[in-house]
Design a protein around this ligand. Structure first.
Ligand code: SF4
Length: 367
């Protein structure tokens, strides 16, 4: 069995990415078969528990309050609403529920307490629970772990260099620090990125260097293809060619052999043949459900038809790691500390983000 390496260089990764496609597929499929059952794919359902109104300026995101998009914001969902959706997801073959809130960072208080209760509730349904809530302190990570959280998602998005072209309201190191805080618990890490934002292939390799150098490597790495939403700074970006997606998935599989590589946003634009090649190249996880936070995603039934066609089986929950225990709120060992960490705010100017913001302001004034 290959040793998992944490010292991949950008050059090595570029050589893998740029080799003839058939060689790349052959190599990636070989690694995939050594470490995983090639006919099993993990299915997650992504639930937007708090949509829109986010103060961050991520250039790809329709939930940023400063851009004018069609996303309708909502308040934090109730625990019962989340439970009902989780039961539906379970009935349709999902083993994991990932709850996303459009927050810069987690703040101690009633909303976080509500999220902790959601985690407890879903874990008791014998489903893996994942959250993506923004930046997180060590104490908050411990509280989520104690509630029964299985995974925390915090994407690096792209390379450290290109990150500055995408987001100005927080720094790359904050992302790494949050992942570090999650690693102080038993919660697994889900962290990946987006291709098609105008980054170079070198940037894609740079992101894979950053992810693969984490020790341990993330248990799950989502690879998203940008969904260019009108009103966001990236609305003009051309769709990612399927070949780029296949290359990215295959390269991710090779440099992070043990991780679950997740086909995420952008799957609606991929044919079944394209997705099948991604599975062959090492993708073994998908998001199911007709929406991915706010952007369209294939319908669950379509996915199950595709699974049947390809002879794929949905992965059962807790195969990779045991189910965490849930500690009830009244028995918690941790208090809310009310910390106010100084997450960075670089505040540099990103032209396309500024343009989109100005356009949104103008539209608001003409209304
Ligand atoms: S990606 Fe997350 S942090 Fe960035 S604007 Fe969207 S919701 Fe906010």
């Amino acid at each position: 069995m290959n040793e998992t390496r944490h010292n991949w260089t950008k050059e090595e990764i570029l050589n893998i990415y740029n080799q003839p496609l058939m060689d790349l597929l052959y190599q990636a499929a070989g690694v995939h078969r050594k470490y995983h059952d090639p006919n099993t794919v993990q299915v997650s359902t992504l639930l937007s528990i708090k949509t829109g109104g986010c103060p961050e300026d991520c250039g790809y995101c329709p939930q940023a309050a400063r851009y004018h998009t069609d996303v309708e914001g909502n308040d934090l969902m109730t625990v019962n609403q989340v439970k009902a959706q989780a039961l539906r997801a379970k009935a349709s073959g999902s083993s994991r529920v990932c709850m996303g809130a459009a927050w810069r960072n987690v703040k101690d208080g009633p909303e976080f307490e509500q999220v902790l209760e959601m985690v407890r509730t879903i874990n008791k349904l014998e489903m893996e629970v994942c959250c993506t809530l923004g930046m997180l302190t060590e104490n908050q990570a411990k509280r989520l772990a104690e509630a029964g959280l299985y995974a925390y998602n915090h994407n690096l998005d792209t390379s450290e260099e290109y990150y500055k072209e995408v987001i100005s309201t927080r720094g790359y190191q904050d992302r790494l620090d949050t992942i570090g805080n999650v690693r102080k618990t038993n919660v697994t890490v889900c962290s990946g990125g987006i291709i098609g934002m105008g980054e170079s292939v070198e940037d894609r390799a740079g992101m894979l260097v950053a992810l693969s150098s984490l020790n341990p490597q993330p248990e799950s790495v989502p690879i998203n293809a940008l969904v260019a939403v009108e009103g966001t700074p990236m609305e003009e970006q051309k769709p990612v060619a399927i070949w780029e997606m296949i290359r990215m998935v295959a390269t991710t599989r090779i440099v992070m052999p043990e991780t679950q590589v997740r086909l995420s946003a952008g799957r609606t634009d991929m044919s079944r043949e394209g997705q099948a090649m991604c599975f062959f190249a090492g993708a073994n996880s998908i998001f199911a459900g007709d929406k991915l936070l706010t952007t369209p995603n294939p319908d669950v039934n379509e996915d199950m038809e595709m699974f049947k066609l390809l002879g794929l089986n949905p992965q059962k929950p807790f195969i990779k790691k045991m189910q965490p225990e849930t500690v009830e709120a009244e028995h918690s060992k941790f208090d809310a500390l009310g910390e106010k960490p100084k997450w960075s705010r670089p505040g540099h100017t990103i032209d396309r983000n500024e343009e989109a913001r100005n356009k949104a302001r103008e539209l608001k004034q003409t209304k």
